[in-house]
Ligand binder design. Structure first.
Ligand code: A3P
Length: 366
């Protein structure tokens, strides 16, 4: 199976030839440990090579300055950072997407958890990982403290496809991966291999507020925080990483209608409102339905509690991940509708109008 590649410690990223060999179906998933200093260095060197490789292609793209000396470029209809940004973090740069498109070979058994940033990625990663690994990592009151979601983090357990392109460690082989890449820009092999994809969507107003807080928390250079008015203007024009937000959702939504057995469209709001049934729906879609016995034993509820905002945010207060920030940064309030506490009536009206216009004729609700 592909996991044995990890054990063999094959360090080359370009192992697509190996993927063409027939490996048995992945039976379990393994968390990726937080990266060491050496791996960090290797990742940075790899980033530099990839950034150089796509230099000309990126230079030819349309660019917009969104902050002093910070540019986004437009690739295949969506906006991205490019090169090194956020203190050398290039994980989500356009070059990472180009490299994923060129190199990544999916297996039919791979599962992708897709989202726009700040839409519930961490929650979906937690639920997906807990559900698919419930035999390997038992979930009950006694074992919760030793579960990888608690001892490492949801982001260690489910790596991002695009950021993994910078690692020598082929945790590509993990089988369960996340991505922010828009549906229409996914590596072709994900579609042709018929992989399962779960998308989580969230009310754009709450996403904006969550993103605004997140980006200001990430600032480590003492520069003044971005004003909400400025962030609002950029977001509304689609000028945020992986934006326009609405087009991102539409791509996955349409795919979920065209390929319902392969693409599942969830919303953060419904997951909050009807967690039990949505978790069961997720498990069914992943081909890992709960048995009657599991349900009777309260396993669904145990998974919900393990993956709850309360449990995970308490567990990760102050933990350091492998990069620049604390894992606690992924947990703020975890509620629906917080945007009303920040947006003016005018801003809400503008966003509602954009949403109505963009989602016209589509049954996307939240
Ligand atoms: P808020 O900033 O509104 O609190 P992402 O994981 O895509 O980065 O999204 C982050 C948002 O999801 C944040 O929203 C965060 O608090 C919330 N979140 C993180 N983990 C969660 C969980 N287990 N349950 C519910 N919400 C969660």
């Amino acid at each position: 199976m592909r996991l044995t590649l990890l054990e063999l410690n094959i360090t080359s990223f370009f192992y697509s030839e190996l993927n063409k060999m027939s490996f048995p179906v992945i039976a379990f998933y393994s968390p990726v440990a937080s990266i060491t200093q050496d791996e960090k260095k290797a990742r940075k060197e790899k980033m530099a090579i990839i950034i150089e490789r796509y230099k000309d292609k990126v230079l030819a793209l349309p660019r917009k300055e969104i902050d002093t000396n910070i540019y986004l470029c437009k690739y295949q209809g969506f906006w991205y950072h490019h090169g090194f940004w956020l203190h050398s973090n290039a994980n989500f740069s356009v070059e990472a997407i180009m490299a994923s498109q060129d190199e990544f070979q999916a297996l039919p058994t791979d599962v992708f958890l897709a989202s726009q940033v700040k839409s519930g990625t961490t929650w979906l990663k937690s639920l997906g990982f807990a559900i698919l690994n419930r035999t390997k990592f038992k979930i009950d009151k006694d074992s919760c403290a030793t579960h990888p979601l608690i001892t490492t983090s949801p982001h260690d357990c489910v790596p991002f496809l695009e950021s993994e392109s910078f690692l020598h460690n082929p945790s590509y082989a993990n089988g369960l991966m996340a991505t922010h890449i828009p549906y229409t820009s996914l590596p072709q092999s994900i579609i042709s291999s018929d992989c399962r994809i779960v998308y989580i969507h969230r009310n754009p107003k709450d996403v904006l507020i969550s993103f605004w807080h997140f980006m200001n928390t990430l600032r480590e250079d003492g520069s003044s925080p971005t004003k909400l008015d400025d962030m609002f203007e950029l977001f509304r024009k689609g000028l945020n990483p992986y934006g326009p937000f609405w087009d991102h959702a539409i791509g996955y939504y349409k795919a979920s209608l065209e390929r319902p057995n392969k693409v599942l469209f969830l919303t953060y709001e419904k997951l909050k409102q009807d967690t039990y049934n949505e978790v069961k729906r997720l498990a069914n879609f992943l081909g890992s339905s709960f048995t009657k016995e599991e349900e009777d034993d309260g396993l669904v509820q145990e998974i919900i509690e393990l993956c709850s905002f309360k449990k995970l945010s308490e567990a990760h207060k102050g933990n350091k991940d492998g990069s620049h920030s604390s894992n606690g940064i992924y947990f703020r309030k975890g509620i629906v509708g917080d945007s009303v506490n920040y947006l003016t009536t005018e801003m809400i009206k503008t966003f509602d109008e954009i949403t109505k216009e963009k989602f016209d004729g589509l049954n996307i609700s939240f």
